[in-house]
Design a protein. Structure first.
Length: 83
């Protein structure tokens, strides 16, 4: 898979300034469809709404550690990086 051609990216990051910086970096790199979540619950709701092609995860989100989110992404074969 050419990750630059990915259609939809999920950023799960608790800190707004870091999330905005990641979003801008991804947009500068050519990614257009980016969903943001600050909690596991928000990220899981986004998974139900639209499956990302790739994801960037913060380990500690506002409502806890993102282990369940990472497992859900893995079950769906969505590549992700923990940032």
């Amino acid at each position: 898979m050419n990750y630059k051609s990915a259609r939809h990216v999920l950023i799960a990051e608790a800190q707004a300034i870091i999330a905005m910086d990641l979003e801008q970096s991804l947009r500068d790199s050519g990614y257009e469809s980016i969903a943001m979540a600050t909690s596991c619950a928000e990220a899981e709701a986004e998974l139900a709404r639209q499956m990302p092609n790739i994801a960037v995860l913060d380990v500690d989100l506002l409502d806890g550690v993102c282990l369940r989110l990472a497992m859900a992404l893995r079950e769906r074969s969505v590549p992700f990086i923990v940032f």
